[in-house]
Design a protein around this ligand. Structure first.
Ligand code: PMV
Length: 341
């Protein structure tokens, strides 16, 4: 029997029109559609090996075995895939991020996209990109957007099969640079899964959701027409609307640090004075500043010169989640013992 092992690599993504709140928390059916760009350079690589000798699923993240909630979430996701394949085998999941986790850079997006493709391939499931995207969504909503490549729209849909993401323009369409100003490398207190379930407690969520189609249309047109100014205006508005919802939910979620606010105030001024740059912020204090390759060195310098910025990480337009030939080795695998057999 062929070995049941496969490895996939996925990029993180940054949303210009954000996903915040679900109409169905279990299926992660979002309250509104969203639009994003995959980020090459901010990646997760995951090997999944199903084997009869394993009594439980095991998770290794960046060389350390992980137990508790994170492992359970991976196990539950594997259950969906085992269900589709009609197999009950347990798995070993070895995953590596090339960027710090829990900083507001969406590690769950690349993590669940890579896990979905690797686990499906390991169990011999040959799914379409759309089916992979719906499946990845069950693990983490934004993971649905990391399955297809480039500039991506997640169509909200009304049930499991109609809620999926697809490419609206390939990565090569427009060479933007995402400079992620890392404000703090500590783990956030309320992750996005908890946050989504609070969105409906904000009186502003209804207004944000009912205006979403308008913002999506503006964002789509800006991307397709490579109109930087139009994308900047709509992406900054959308971020501020999401954070207004977060801040006015019960309990209130304030993800910003003083340095976050300094960047929010500085970037539109840079733009007015002729440097193409705009900000967008996820569920954390870090700020993604989008710019063009020509202006990236200068914008990076400005960001590094600001107080409270510990690092700047860059991402460029990235492709779809893909399979790799070479598998990751679990940290407990004793190479010297293997060599002597
Ligand atoms: O996929 P989740 O549950 O981690 O949610 C992502 C939420 C935001 O990053 C704040 C917005 C987005 O659309 O990516």
């Amino acid at each position: 029997m062929a070995e049941r092992i496969a490895t996939a690599r996925s990029t993180s993504n940054i949303a210009f029109i954000k996903y915040w709140g679900n109409r169905d928390d279990t299926l992660r059916l979002p309250s509104n559609g969203s639009m994003s760009l995959n980020l090459a350079g901010l990646e997760t690589t995951t090997t999944v090996r199903f084997a009869p000798e394993l009594e439980a699923d095991r998770l290794f993240l960046n060389g350390e075995e992980v137990e508790g909630k994170a492992r359970e979430r991976v196990s539950e996701h594997l259950d969906h895939i085992r269900g589709l394949a009609g197999l009950a085998l347990r798995a070993e999941v070895i995953s590596e991020n090339n960027f710090p986790t829990g900083t507001g850079i969406a590690s769950s997006a690349s993590a669940f996209a890579a896990l979905t493709l690797a686990a499906c391939r390991a169990l011999g499931l040959d799914l379409t990109e759309r089916a992979l995207s719906t499946l990845a969504r069950l693990g983490s909503g934004s993971a649905s957007r990391s399955i297809p490549g480039g500039y991506v729209e997640w169509v909200a849909g009304t049930d499991h099969d109609s809620s999926y993401a697809e490419t609206i323009a390939p990565a090569e369409h427009w060479h933007l640079i995402d400079l992620v100003a890392v404000v703090s490398e500590t783990h956030k207190e309320i992750g996005s899964t908890g946050g989504h379930s609070l969105a409906g407690t904000s009186p502003l969520q209804e207004a944000r959701v009912s205006d979403a189609e308008r913002r999506l249309a503006l964002c789509r047109a800006a991307i397709l027409g490579r109109d930087f100014e139009a994308l900047a205006e709509i992406a900054e508005l959308d971020t501020l609307m999401m954070h207004a919802v977060m801040m006015t939910s019960t309990p209130s979620l304030v993800y910003w640090s003083p340095a976050t606010i300094e960047i929010i105030k500085a970037v539109p001024g840079w733009r007015r004075r002729g440097t193409p740059a705009f900000f967008t912020i996820d569920a954390g204090p870090n700020v993604h500043v989008l710019t063009t390759p020509e202006h990236a060195p200068r914008v990076r310098e400005w960001l590094l010169g600001m107080e409270g910025i510990v690092n700047v990480i860059s991402g460029t337009p990235g492709g779809p989640t893909r399979l790799l030939e070479k598998h990751l080795i679990p940290p407990h695998f004793d190479q010297s013992a293997a060599a002597s057999v």
